[in-house]
Structures are given as structure tokens and as C-alpha cells.
Design a protein around this ligand. Structure first.
Ligand code: MLT
Length: 323
């Protein structure tokens, strides 16, 4: 056997022995979106799917698994084969859900592997176009006066839109008529059609509708105004300083996913988030990519665990009983 032939054999043997995950991904990757199509989580996932797919040389497919405030989609991920070919995009509803649902079929703290944080941004308090309140103070006065005669859409118990609604109701000490949807995508459709009065939604999907004049906007749930909507007051400016709410999205894989697949997905996410097209698109709709120091998997894991504790405390203080 020549030296060259021997070397070729050794190389072939090394490739054959390489673990399957080293070749990840070997087929299309599914991103589970735990809310309906057309909402902010869906919009962010679809942007990432294109860029991560390009990076890893495989198609990334978005699958909407909506229901129960995002917990149905999370349960689907927890049951998926832990090989990196099924991942989940989720937001605060994931850590909050641990305190808001009694019998979740997964362990929030242990069954999901954080792959990295994606974006962060505020919510906007929105109204149907003909709702008889033109300004923040007017909508506050109307909510105080009319209470449950006003309908407030949200995306199910534990969703961002629901948690913002809880904060608002606590701040005003009123109960509005809550209407639950499978995501703020369909809730927004009904707001535009005038079937519901109010909705909290993320800037991501609300900004284009506001610019198009399809809906009204009253306030942003941040301590500073949004650059893309400089005329919209903060909740503090309209007398609701308690209603400050910041959304963040992250990606997750099921527990047991091989390290090589986890690293490949984390790396592809970083490339997607540094893509100028993605950053411009995010900026246009008032949401921000996390700074580099917070984009490690460790930072995501830390924030995720902290949020589980924080929401447990918030819901206990508020006396919210799990569903
Ligand atoms: C959605 O994508 O529909 C939203 O993220 C739901 C929400 O949490 O309000």
C-alpha cells in the first residue's frame, strides 16, 4: 500500500466516523412559530429563515403552531426529535407561561435549549380607526368610563399582548372585555375591520398599519419615544407609567440537541442578525437587534431563567391564578 493510498483510506475512515451532527443540517429545518401567521413572531421568523437558510445551505421552513398563548407551539418543540432540525422562536410568553399555566406538558426551565436572543422592542397601544378617542389621554378617560363595554384583543393568556393588557387594567383598576385570538396577526385583522376596539401589538407589525392609516396609535410602552414614531407619546406621558413592557424574542432547540447543531444554529443566527438587510428591516419597524455582548447563548440562558423567576413573582403579586 503506497503512503498516498494509506492517507486517503485514513481520511475516508475519519469522515465515516464523524458524528451525524457534524454534518448538520442534513435536511430542511423547521422554525415553529407559536402564534398565527401575519403577527410579529411570524414576521421575525420569516426574515431569519431566509438568512439562516442561506448560511447553512438548507431551507428553513416556518410552521405556525398557534394556541394557548404560545404554549402549544412550545410543547410541539419539546416533543420534537432533538437533532436541530426543529427549533422554536418565542418571546416573554415562554418564561411567563411557566407561571400562568398549571399543567404544561414540558418543563420550561429544563426542556428548552436557548440558541440566542434575537430582537427587542416595545408594544404599542392601538385602536380601531373609528374608535372615539383620538389621543392617549382620551383613550385613558374612555377606558375609565366605559370599562367592559370596550373590547381589548390579545393573543391568548401569557402572550405579550395579554401581559400588556394585564398591566394596563391594573394601572387603571378596570376590567375591559378581553377577546383572545391565536396571535396578534388575526387580532390586527379584526382591529382594522373595526370588530374590536383596542389591541397592544409589537411595533414590528403595527408600524406599517399605523403609517397606512388603517388604525390609531395612542402610546408606546417604553420609557422613551420610538425613533420611527416620534409623535407617539410614551405610556408615562399619557398617565400610565406602570405600563412599561419590553418584548424580546429568542430561538430554542429541544433538550438533548447535539452541541454541533446548537453551535451551527447559534452561528447562523448571528450571521442573520448582522445582515444589513435584516438590521434595516428591524429598524424600519422599531425593533432592535440585541447588542453583541447579549447575543451569546449564555446571556440568553441567563435572561430566560431570570424572566421565569420575574414572571412568577409578578403573577403571584397580582394574584393571577394559573389556567
Ligand atoms: C404574535 O406573534 O402573534 C405575538 O407575538 C403574540 C403576542 O405575544 O402578543
Amino acid at each position: 500500500m503506497t503512503r498516498r493510498f494509506g492517507l486517503a483510506l485514513a481520511l475516508a475512515a475519519a469522515f465515516a466516523a464523524a458524528p451525524a451532527a457534524a454534518q448538520f443540517p442534513t435536511r430542511p429545518v423547521t422554525i415553529i412559530v407559536p402564534f398565527a401567521a401575519g403577527g410579529p413572531s411570524d414576521a421575525i421568523a420569516r426574515l431569519l429563515a431566509v438568512k439562516m437558510g442561506e448560511r447553512l445551505g438548507q431551507q428553513f421552513i416556518v410552521e405556525n403552531v398557534a394556541g394557548a398563548g404560545g404554549t402549544t407551539g412550545a410543547a410541539r418543540l419539546a416533543r420534537a426529535a432533538p437533532d436541530g432540525h426543529t427549533i422554536l422562536i418565542h418571546h416573554i410568553a415562554l418564561p411567563a407561561g411557566a407561571s400562568l399555566y398549571r399543567n404544561l406538558p414540558y418543563d420550561t426551565a429544563g426542556d428548552l435549549v436557548p440558541l440566542g436572543l434575537v430582537n427587542t422592542g416595545p408594544m404599542l397601544l392601538l385602536g380601531r380607526r373609528e374608535f372615539p378617542a383620538r389621543t392617549g389621554p382620551e383613550v385613558v378617560a374612555r377606558m375609565r368610563a366605559e370599562r367592559d363595554r370596550i373590547s381589548m384583543a390579545h393573543a391568548g393568556v401569557g402572550s405579550n399582548s395579554h401581559l400588556s393588557t394585564l398591566l394596563l387594567q391594573q394601572a387603571l383598576d378596570v376590567r375591559l372585555s378581553e377577546v383572545a385570538y391565536r396571535g396578534t396577526g388575526p387580532a390586527m385583522t379584526d382591529l382594522i375591520a373595526g370588530h374590536v376596539d383596542l389591541l397592544f401589538d409589537q411595533a414590528t407589525t403595527a408600524v406599517p398599519q399605523i403609517r397606512g392609516g388603517a388604525i390609531q396609535v395612542y402610546a408606546v410602552t417604553a420609557t422613551e419615544r420610538l425613533e420611527v414614531l416620534p409623535d407617539v407619546p410614551t405610556t408615562a406621558e399619557i398617565g400610565l407609567p406602570q405600563v412599561v413592557f419590553t418584548v424580546w424574542h429568542g430561538l430554542y432547540a429541544p433538550r438533548g440537541t447535539p452541541a454541533a447543531a446548537v453551535e451551527a444554529l447559534h452561528g447562523a443566527l448571528q450571521v442573520a442578525l448582522d445582515d444589513p438587510q435584516v438590521r434595516t428591516r428591524f429598524a424600519e419597524v422599531g425593533t432592535t437587534v440585541f447588542p453583541a455582548a447579549q447575543r451569546t447563548r449564555e446571556a440568553h440562558a441567563r435572561i430566560f431563567q431570570e424572566e421565569i423567576v420575574r414572571w412568577r413573582e409578578v403573577t403571584q403579586r397580582a394574584g393571577v391564578r394559573p389556567e
